[in-house]
Design a binder for this molecule. Sequence first.
Ligand code: HEC
Length: 401
Amino acid sequence: MTFDWAAWANLALRWLHLTAGIAWIGSSFYFMWLDSHLKAPANPPPKTATGGVAGELWSVHSGGFYHQMKFMVAPQGMPDELHWFKWEAYTTWISGVLLLALIFYVGADVNLIDASRLALTNWQAIGIGVGSLALGWLAYDTLCRSPLGANLRAFGVIWFLVLTAAAYGLTRVFSDLGAVMHVGAIIGTVMVANVFLVIIPNQRKVVAQVLAGETPDPALGKQAKQRSVHNNYMTLPVLFVMISNHYPMIVSAPLNWLWLAGLGIVGWTIRHFFNLKNAGQLRFDVLALGALAFITVAVLNETAKPPPAAPVAVPPFTEVRALIDRHCVTCHAAQPTHKGILAPPNGVVLDTDEGLTKNAAKVYERAVKTHSMPLNNETKMTDAERASLGAWISAGAKVGS
Ligand code: HEC
């Protein structure tokens, strides 16, 4: 028995990553919503706060009524128990980094390195991957602290261009999925570092100042707010990257970096629409812009696809079998022989004829329509071979003729 520990670690980490991510994003969306729905208090409590009560909100949920108040800059005295929201973010990052390391660093030769792009050694690839995360944060933090940081719009445009450049660069160096996931990991790392290195430390300083009887420095709150607004706008793009492995039409497209940037704009606009809506402005033009960006990506992506090759003769089955055996079955067999692959990926078994016919539609998707298989085109499957395989599947994937 070979115990596929990597598959089980993958399952546990992905599940944790998703759960923690939901908790993090849920609470941060909630607080953004709360902030924009606060109303000036009906009876402001006098002298209970430095700077007073900025707003309050009543809500009803799960069988009870809730009354929230926001103190600007801080309450005069600290309550005994104060809830912090940080472990949701930290857990999301820790599980995400472990998952990234498991898939793309432990499995660097299979999943991260694409020798047809750059013949990196495992350690070189890992170095570039980890370096990109560190560099991403340094670039972001430097931009935030520069005069640009004061201008939300200008900052947004420049940071978007930096990320697009990173996507372009990484897709020259890594496998498609490895590159796209690293772009997501850069964004996720920036978001968590914002919480860990700016938002939480600033909140700690405010608490310490209040406890020391000093007036808290409003600049601390302002800086924390800047970072949390940035995080808010980065959320939807990073969520797309998390599910992007389901969309080879984006990830494995020659212009994948561009489609990623386009969907980044879509995510940004949708978030912006809801932020404005929460602030009482229904801006359907912003929503329309998001829809337009989505449609533009879809149409350009479809039209950028290579034109269908001239009709190819349906090959005899023996030829198809030989193609599949050469290009696919080292991984897609009940007992894979490829290094690092312990079980047939996604349960797709192609070394039996039943397996091949059953998965014909998926095979078409991955090896003919998009070129996301063979993984990183390790075996150098040619366009002619793909067309031939496609012709056989289009003619009904008949075995034995
Ligand atoms: C080096 C190993 C390797 C080789 C060779 C390989 N694959 Fe894959 N395949 C994978 C991995 C890993 C996944 C899962 C990740 C993903 O979906 O991209 C996968 C996923 C798939 C899926 C997705 C199944 C689903 O549920 O969507 C299909 C279909 C597929 N491969 C077909 C093929 C075909 C056809 C070939 C040969 C032309 C091939 N693969 C060659 C490793 C390989």
